[in-house]
Design a protein around this ligand. Structure first.
Ligand code: 5GP
Ligand code: MN
Ligand code: MN
Length: 326
């Protein structure tokens, strides 16, 4: 598990003839955008490339504008022994889901990621936890490769950065400069952002009404700080996309009395995927890690079973011991 710098990673990629680019399960715009952007550049250099992720078996609707060239293949079509595997925006092998076994089987595996919790599971690891998005690291790689960042590539990178910085809220000055460079290629920034995070079918309103109506605020559950939580059951989510369910945390987290927000999302098998967000004083990654998950200081997640009340009780208990963020 070698840490490599951008130049060394670019040199490896420059020599690769067949590249399998993997995003984490249930990819977001950073994971898929990073994979497609790098895939497009490598394909132009003559490599055979494919992009995939463990689940679901198709590209989520809101992310379809990213894969303009159709690089995506379903997990079942990913070679069992990839020549050269690149895992993007994926902190650990288990986040590749059913494609996790391809890492050990690959000739070379390069991990490109920005998670603090990254386990360096590749033969080569390009990990920078100061980067706000994996897409920022991919932009550096493309520059090192001498690849032209044109609109189809820039669109992917812009979407990844916009998503992971919550519409540039957490972007450093140099990342705003990168975003400006991406926009100058002709990227439709407002259109992309609206499509990715500001556009929902009408049924979303009804789902929000029932989920938000049952949300609960515990004013001092988190070391004397507020904790707000909500539950999205399968019965709430009838007629809406996964994207609508994922967006609930962004509403819940805006509660001013709360430092920590959680949304429990019921999976088809009756388990829960949990999204955690913090405003600043507590590190929710330390909470997620206790339940086998991970993420970042201010945004983390995990999967759990049990009743919703049991999962909330577990989070509440973990919050009393959560690491202060500063
Ligand atoms: P979200 O709430 O948007 O699904 O996830 C927030 C962050 O937490 C993501 O950036 C991701 O890194 C991390 N995360 C979410 N779920 C899991 C999980 O099950 N395992 C790990 N290791 N990280 C997760
Ligand atoms: Mn991600
Ligand atoms: Mn990311």
């Amino acid at each position: 598990s070698d840490q490599v710098d951008v130049a060394a990673a670019a040199a490896l990629l420059a020599a690769a003839a067949d590249v399998t680019l993997l995003a984490h399960v249930n990819p977001d715009a950073d994971a898929l955008g990073s994979a497609v952007a790098l895939g497009l550049a490598l394909r132009r250099r003559g490599a055979t490339v494919r992009v995939s992720f463990g689940t679901p078996s198709t590209v989520p609707e809101s992310l379809r504008p990213l894969d303009s060239a159709g690089l995506f293949v379903p997990a079942a079509e990913v070679p069992s022994r990839p020549e050269f595997l690149v895992a993007l925006d994926t902190g650990s092998v288990d986040r590749l889901g059913p494609l996790g076994d391809r890492v050990a089987a690959a000739g070379v595996s390069l991990v490109v990621d920005h998670h603090v919790s990254n386990t360096r599971y590749g033969t080569h690891n390009l990990v920078d936890d100061r980067a706000e998005a994996t897409a920022v690291i991919v932009a550096r790689l493309l520059d090192a490769l001498g690849a032209e960042i044109d609109e189809p590539i820039a669109r992917c990178l812009y979407a990844g950065i916009a998503t992971d910085t919550v519409s540039f809220r957490f972007a450093k000055p140099e990342t705003h400069r990168l975003a400006a460079r991406l926009l100058e290629t002709g990227v439709d920034g407002p259109g992309l952002i609206r499509n990715l995070m500001d556009s929902h079918p009408f049924a979303w309103l009804g789902m929000l009404a029932s989920v938000l109506g049952a949300a609960q605020l515990e004013p001092d559950a988190a070391q004397g700080l507020g904790f707000v939580h909500a539950v999205v059951r399968r019965s709430d989510a009838v007629g809406v996309r996964a994207e609508e369910v994922e967006s609930v945390i962004d509403v819940i987290r805006s509660t001013s009395e709360a430092e920590v927000a959680a949304v429990l999302k019921e999976t088809p098998s009756g388990a829960w995927t949990v999204s955690l967000r913090a405003v600043g004083r507590l590190d929710v990654r330390s909470v997620a890690v206790r339940f086998g998950g991970g993420g970042h200081r201010l945004a983390a997640g995990f999967t759990a079973s049990g009743t919703a009340d049991e999962v909330v009780a577990g989070i509440r208990a973990a919050l009393t011991e959560a690491t202060p963020a500063h």
